[in-house]
Design a protein around this ligand. Structure first.
Ligand code: 0A1
Ligand code: ZN
Length: 856
């Protein structure tokens, strides 16, 4: 078979498929090493296509036979698919292929996990199941027959037949192949019901292995809350008689929104108080919501091609963030979302992997499920909503759902519904989709006092935007940037409530008249745009905002900016932590008017990676060892200064009664944990050890372990933890991950090596692999240890994983995306390792593309 060279695909080259699929019928005869897939597909010429040869995608398939209208045909087969002469009009294609789910380690297509069959077809996995036009703009109703003796046989849509050794499913909603799913196994279910607001009775199930049945209740509750929320906020109802969720141990990502049959990484759905932390519960709630919301934003309306991925992902992330903010605290949600955006998306935008929210070319689409497409994609929608207002936003969304239901759409379609409903012209706004990089926003202030006793004064803000060059995009055009601003007077009273300044030019001034005294500005409230504010307010002003800002996001932001300023001076000038900062932080911690969850966030210090970028941006070469030392010294200074406050908080924030994963309890536990972190630096771990012994929930048990690991005094607890949780895969992932991510820098490579030699290091399981090697990459000072041992170990493991699981390998190369920040020695070592990886014979297309981009 001829070997096709990896090709770059361009957005500009899009052409519709030659045919439409009227209906698709699939039969699966399941067997681990030799599954037969029999397809019967009705094709008709597509009047919108320009013609061309009939091509079906197909990879690693053994074709047994193919027929057109019942007559055998002999197609021409290559590594990527087949071509075949076909009749001019409609015809029926039939094919039988054989595949081997048990040897599928890439976890794409039909594969096996713990004896269970499951599928992952997004983005281009269906072509590993049978020959088909595996592209999102080909939508069709599917019927599926599964033949197997396994007790549970599931597919998309509604069940339409069941007998001894077989089951049939019918999905009435036309869908692209990437939403196809099949599950077969020895599973048990956690059942429930939901009645939609128009009265449809829906059967809900979470399917798991028997031992996991006690971990389903929270996920089910989150699902029902998501269904209600989507009805109430977006007017969207569920549209089938059943909604199934299946938990799978081996899965490359978080979860997948297959129509009516969501498949979840077990870490993204299973939780009990004893085994999952508050953070795990929160993540599960948001992923359940995300996948459910895709039913409308992704499934009923899908993407024309993979360049439009942000159409479904940006919108669905935006929706799940809104949901989580409504279910919990909107302010805390916003801070967490911005923390994640800065940690992952700003990092991506600052390096060699920067790309637009809608990329214009790719080699392997799986490499574009990125923070830019997802999180920046959501920010772009947030800006649009801020610019047009809530009412106009929902009006535009209603039009989107009615106009495009059942279609495969583009960003142009999306923006058009806003143009048509608001009359706004959005061509400049559209640059957010095509221009990569994080804009810098510079701010100048001017104050002109009124004449004594007469007119009041005018305060003017002059904003200037600039986006640095990114790969392939040297010159940037100005963007539309909504900048939410409020003004405070010297007592902290809001003299100008939040106003959205709409910036469209490179430089623009905005005047505020009628002010008695010079105000203190609170700029970019709620983080109204994904930009970097380069204005450095002075420390007194920051302390004032930390104490008084009426916008909770900016109040938190003031504390964060202060902390970074203190750290930069500690690192670059060997300065001592500023006493004013310590005083302001303690006051904030003591302020019982503030939500505990908010206080916990405000007590969090910037990450090592964040500080490395901050130093790099201000012209320094970051030294990971020094950064870690400074952050620890600042923690110690805070603990020394405010020990008694933390001791009081630790007692006061105890949550009485049995553990409940609710927002209020979680907030109190988070503040208590922050206090414990500082107290552990003072009491040599006494409280943490006591908490570890007494804990009846994972949040407190793990919190104690983290505090002890921080002072490298957790040996006893680590072995007790292992002993207790040996048989729980998800909990053991925590045990592996924490040790790798928290090992002291000089021990990190050895600790990771030891973990990777552990009998329980099942490296073919993506969760376990990510826990250990991803843990090492997250240990900034350990990963970048000057010996280079961690780089080498990490690369050795990528080389080992790549032939089995290219997708996860490629994703993990992003550990190196920041390499240009560092000194020449580190850069040289990283380059050598990347080149060593690139030189591996038969390196996957996924990893080849990533390494090439990182090195470029
Ligand atoms: N669409 C899913 C994410 C996803 C993407 C690719 C996958 O395999 C390659 C799996 C899941 C979501 O947004 O949740
Ligand atoms: Zn998604």
């Amino acid at each position: 078979m001829p070997k096709d060279a990896p090709q770059t695909i361009f957005l500009a080259d899009y052409t519709p498929f030659t045919h439409r699929v009227e209906r698709a019928h699939l039969t699966f005869r399941l067997a681990p090493g030799a599954t037969r897939v029999i397809s019967r597909i009705d094709f008709a010429p597509n009047p919108d296509s320009g013609g061309g040869p009939f091509f079906l995608h197909g990879e690693k398939l053994a074709l047994i036979e193919a027929k057109i209208d019942g007559a055998p045909v002999t197609p021409e087969i290559t590594e990527t698919g087949l071509t075949c002469a076909v009749p001019d009009g409609p015809f029926t294609w039939e094919a039988e292929v054989e595949i081997s789910p048990q040897s599928n380690t890439a976890l794409e297509g039909l594969y096996m996990s713990n004896g269970m069959y499951c599928t992952q077809c997004e983005a281009e996995g269906f072509r590993k199941i049978t020959y088909y036009p595996d592209r999102p703009d080909v939508m069709a109703p599917f019927t599926v027959r599964i033949e197997s003796d396994l007790p549970v046989l599931l597919s998309n849509g509604n069940p339409t037949g069941r007998g001894e050794g077989w089951a049939e499913w019918t999905d009435p909603w036309p869908k692209p192949a990437y939403l196809f799913a099949l599950v077969a196994g020895e599973l048990v279910n956690h059942p429930d019901r939901f009645t939609t607001r128009s009265g449809r009775e829906v059967e809900l199930n979470i399917w798991v292995r028997e031992g996991d049945l006690h971990k389903c209740a929270f996920g089910m509750d989150a699902l029902k809350r998501s269904m209600t929320w989507d009805e109430q906020v977006y007017g969207r109802e569920y549209d089938l008689d059943v909604f199934n969720i299946v938990a799978v141990d081996d899965f490359n990502m978080g979860a997948m929104e297959n129509k009516g049959l969501n498949i979840f990484n077990s870490s993204a759905v299973l939780a009990s108080p004893e085994t999952a932390t508050d953070a795990n519960f929160e993540r599960i709630e948001s992923i359940i919501a995300h996948e459910y919301f895709h039913n409308w934003t992704g499934n009923r309306i899908t993407c024309r091609d993979w360049f439009q991925l942000c159409l479904k992902e940006g919108l669905t992330v935006f929706r799940d963030q809104h949901f989580s903010g409504d279910e919990r605290s909107a302010a805390v949600q916003r801070i967490n979302d911005v923390l994640a955006l800065r940690a992952r998306q700003f990092r991506e935008d600052n390096g060699p992997l920067a790309h637009p929210v809608r990329p214009e070319s790719f080699v392997e689409i799986n490499n574009f499920y990125t923070a830019t497409v997802y999180e920046k994609g959501a920010e772009v929608i947030g800006m649009l909503k801020r610019l047009v207002g809530d009412e106009a936003y929902f009006k535009a969304l209603d039009l989107y759902f009615t106009r495009h239901d059942g279609q495969a759409c583009t960003i142009e379609d999306w923006l058009k519904v806003f143009e048509d409903t608001t009359g706004r012209e959005l061509s400049q706004f559209k640059r957010w989709y095509s221009q990569a990089g994080t804009p810098r926003l510079d701010v100048h202030e001017a104050w002109s006092p009124g004449m004594a006793g007469k007119a009041a004064g005018t305060y003017t803000l002059t904003l200037r935007q600039n986006t640095p060059p990114t790969p392939g995009q040297p010159d940037k055009a100005p963007l539309v940037i909504p900048v939410a601003v409020g003004l405070l007077d010297k007592d902290g009273t809001e003299v100008v409530p939040t106003r959205v300044l709409e910036m469209t030019d490179v430089t623009q001034s905005f005047a505020f008249d009628g002010l008695e005294t010079r105000p203190v500005p609170s700029i970019l409230r709620g983080f109204s745009a994904p930009v970097i504010l380069t204005r450095k307010p002075d420390r007194t002003e920051l302390a004032f905002l930390l104490a008084h800002d009426t916008d909770p996001f900016n109040r938190w932001e003031a504390g964060r900016t202060l902390a970074k300023d203190v750290l930069v001076r500690m690192i670059a000038e060997d300065a001592a932590p500023s006493p004013a900062y310590l005083v302001a932080l303690e006051q904030m911690a003591q302020d019982s008017d503030l939500d505990p969850a908010f206080r916990a966030l405000a007590l969090g210090l910037p990450s090592q990676d964040d500080m490395a970028q901050t130093l790099f941006d201000s012209g320094h070469t970051p030294d990971p060892t020094r950064i870690r030392r400074a952050i620890r010294a600042l923690g110690q200074a805070i603990a020394d200064h405010a020990g008694s406050t933390f001791s009081d908080l630790y007692d006061e924030m105890t949550v009485p009664g049995p553990y409940l994963p609710d927002a209020e309890g979680a907030g109190r536990r988070a503040l208590r944990q922050a206090a414990l972190g500082f107290l552990t630096l003072e009491d040599e771990g006494a409280r943490a050890r006591a908490q570890f012994d007494a804990a009846d929930n994972m949040t407190e048990q793990l919190g104690a372990l983290v505090a002890l690991l921080h002072i490298d005094a957790a040996e006893e607890q680590l072995s007790a933890f292992r002993h207790q949780w040996q048989r729980d895969r998800l909990v053991m992932d925590k045990w592996f991950g924490l040790q790798a991510s928290m090992a002291p820098p000089e021990k990190a490579a050895n600790v990771t090596r030891r973990l990777s030699e552990d009998a329980d290091f099942d490296w073919k399981n993506p969760n376990r692999f990510r826990a250990v090697l991803g843990g090492l990459a997250a240990n900034a000072a350990g990963f970048h240890h000057p010996s280079g041992d961690s780089y080498a170990l990490f690369t050795d493991w990528l080389i080992r994983l790549d032939p089995l699981n290219p997708q996860t390998t490629a994703r993990m190369t992003t550990a190196f995306e920041t390499w240009k920040r560092y000194d020449a020695d580190r850069q040289e070592m990283i380059r050598e390792n990347l080149e060593r990886l690139a030189a591996v014979p038969d390196l996957s297309r996924d990893t080849t593309e990533m390494v090439g981009r990182i090195l470029s």
